[in-house]
Structure formats: structure tokens, C-alpha cells
Design a protein around this ligand. Structure first.
Ligand code: ZN
Ligand code: ZN
Length: 354
């Protein structure tokens, strides 16, 4: 009963805890508040509607979290934050805006809307032990089957600047044989396609030679120099010209609580992607959520088509494509513009199917 009038969303509660954490000097309290903030952000239900707080909220922050979540209004919440804050001005809010909390994603998945995650057919952009994933190709493929996919594109990292554990030419050939073996045995359940997550180098070229891209779906991404504040338009435009690029992966390079993402003239980049037929990725890894909905809307208006990615590094992470679905829905993008909702032949109509 006493919980009914609560109005604070998990997003507001988490942001208050992040702000409090940042206002305190480095040490135990700051760390505990940060842990509490992430626990709230990742909680699968709105805490206003539940009695129990997640077990991951540190004990020493429970009174603070309870006090904040009992605030009767946003103004009351702000007043509490002002009262509890430490000596430093909080400064990281810009790296946390525009992200969906786990509760918002869950709420979206449970409600009726034009994008239905149950219609997803293709599971795209995930990693195996061959690069920085924790599971075998077989385990990831079985995970895709369990989620109801009929086709999947595995995209391990290439061995470049960004990933020392990435695939070299021999690793790519080995994986190709493993994929063929799976398709012979289980291809009727799930057709596996080989992809690669290639690095876009400083000059916009890729770290994978052209001949190595034959028959492989390349998702190209920037992983280095992301903290620099220069303009990335030319680098991205050059990458879009590279032969064999299927999608631009996590285009903004933003990371929750750490980086706001790169600067670029996005309208120019999106128009070029649409003209070249390069897909834009909607990365559903909860700490990435890249592109953000306002940019997704701009991309859709520029004529782009989209690829939903879980960026899974563990079979459990394959469910992150529902976060990508929620982002697409928030931007008003329909199933027809997203390749994952198509059967394989249609999704890869203009590509080689390995
Ligand atoms: Zn990546
Ligand atoms: Zn990845």
C-alpha cells in the first residue's frame, strides 16, 4: 500500500545515485553509490512497483536508495540529492542521457506495439571464443536456436589494433569450416553465416584486406581514439566506400557512463550509407544502445535500413536484441526497414550467402 504513490522511475533514481556518487571523493562511499546506481539501472522492473530492492544494491546504500525512491515528485527527488550530495560537482550526466533502463526495455517487450521481438528471424553481431566471447560457436548457435532465430551472423573481431585476440586469416578459415559443419548438421534449424567485426582505421580503411572479405559479412566499427573530440565524418564516409561493408556497427561509439560518442555530421553519413546500401546497426548491448533514438529517426528519414545487433559475448547476451528492438520502436522504425525481421534470402539478397 505505502508503495502505491511512488513516482520515481528507475532512470531518475539511477541518475540521482550517479550524481551523488560523482559528488563524493574516490573511496568506499562513492563506489557503493555507483554500484547502487548500476543495480537500479539494470533492475528488470520499476522499483516504484516492487517492494524488494535488487540484491545487487550494496547494504550501506540501502537507506539512501529507500529515501530517494520514496520521493513524492521529481522536485522532491532533486531536493534530496542536493541535501545528500558531497563536495564535488557531478559532471557525467552527458554520458548517461538517452539510454533505456532494463525496466523500460522489459516494459516495452511486454506491451503491444508494431515491432514484435517474436518476429525476429536473424540473430546478428555476436562473438565467440575465437575472439573475445566466452562461449563456443556451437553454444552461441544453440542459443540463437533457443531464441527462435532461423539465421544468424557471427561476427568475431579481426586481429587489429582494437582486439589482440581477434581472428587472423587462419582463424577465419577454421571458423568457416566449423560454420559449414554446423550448417550440414543443423542448417534447417539455423543457418549460420560468417561475418567479421572489422576495425575502421584512422584513415577510414579497414584492418581486413579486401580478399579476406569475400563471402564474409563485414560489420565495420571504430574502437580506437573514441575519446578524441575531433570530427569523424570523413573517416566514416571513407569506411562506407570500402568494398564488402555490410553494416556500420555501433556508429556513435558511445558507452554508458563513460563516453558520449563521437562527433560527426550524421546527416551526411546517413545519406551516404543509404546511397551505398550499407546498413546502420542498432546495437542493443545495454551499455552501448547505439545509435540513440534521435539519431535513428534522422537515419530513417535519410533512407537508411537497419541491422539489430545483440553484440553478445555470452549466450545470455543474445537477448539484448530486445533492447535494440525497443530503441528502433522508440525511433518509430518499422519491421520492413530492419533486416532481422526478414527471412535469410531476403535479408542477404544482395550479398553472398556462405
Ligand atoms: Zn565493437
Ligand atoms: Zn561486437
Amino acid at each position: 500500500m505505502r508503495y502505491r504513490c511512488r513516482v520515481v522511475s528507475n532512470g531518475q533514481l539511477a541518475e540521482s545515485l550517479f550524481a551523488l556518487a560523482e559528488s563524493h571523493p574516490a573511496g568506499e562511499l562513492r563506489l557503493s553509490l555507483l554500484r547502487a546506481a548500476y543495480a537500479v539501472f539494470d533492475a528488470p522492473r520499476e522499483l516504484a512497483t516492487t517492494r524488494r530492492l535488487p540484491d545487487t544494491v550494496p547494504l550501506d546504500t540501502l537507506p539512501t536508495v529507500e529515501m530517494l525512491r520514496s520521493a513524492a515528485s521529481e522536485d522532491a527527488l532533486q531536493a534530496l540529492v542536493q541535501r545528500l550530495r558531497g563536495p564535488y560537482p557531478p559532471g557525467g550526466a552527458a554520458t548517461r542521457t538517452g539510454f533505456l533502463t532494463a525496466a523500460q526495455v522489459a516494459q516495452f517487450s511486454a506491451s503491444a506495439h508494431p515491432l514484435d521481438p517474436r518476429h525476429l528471424r536473424g540473430a546478428c553481431h555476436f562473438h565467440t571464443q575465437a575472439s573475445d566471447g566466452v562461449a563456443t560457436l556451437e553454444a552461441m548457435a544453440r542459443g540463437c536456436v533457443r531464441r527462435g532465430a532461423s539465421w544468424a551472423v557471427v561476427t568475431d573481431h579481426t586481429r587489429g589494433l582494437a582486439c589482440v585476440n581477434g581472428l587472423d586469416a587462419e582463424g577465419v578459415a577454421l571458423q568457416r569450416r566449423a560454420i559449414a559443419a554446423w550448417n550440414r548438421r543443423r542448417g534447417d534449424d539455423l543457418w549460420l553465416v560468417q561475418g567479421l567485426e572489422a576495425e575502421i582505421l584512422a584513415d577510414g580503411t579497414l584492418d581486413v584486406p579486401r580478399r579476406a572479405r569475400d563471402g564474409v559479412l563485414v560489420v565495420a566499427a571504430v574502437h580506437t581514439g573514441l575519446a578524441e573530440r575531433r570530427d569523424y565524418t570523413a573517416r566514416l564516409l571513407r569506411a562506407l566506400e570500402e568494398p564488402g561493408v555490410w553494416a556500420l556497427a555501433h556508429p556513435q561509439g558511445r558507452l554508458f557512463g563513460r563516453r558520449a560518442g563521437i562527433r560527426a555530421n550524421w546527416e551526411v553519413v546517413f545519406r551516404a550509407a543509404a546511397a551505398r546500401g550499407v546498413l546502420l546497426e542498432i546495437n542493443g548491448f545495454p551499455r552501448r544502445q547505439d545509435l540513440a533514438p534521435p539519431l535513428l529517426s534522422l537515419a530513417a528519414a535519410s533512407g537508411c535500413r537497419f541491422l539489430l545487433a545483440s553484440d553478445a559475448h555470452h549466450p545470455r547476451h543474445l537477448a539484448f536484441d530486445t533492447t535494440a528492438v525497443a530503441l528502433a520502436a522508440a525511433a518509430g522504425i518499422g519491421e520492413a526497414a530492419i533486416v532481422n525481421f526478414s527471412p535469410l534470402e531476403k535479408a542477404l539478397a544482395d550479398r553472398l550467402v556462405g
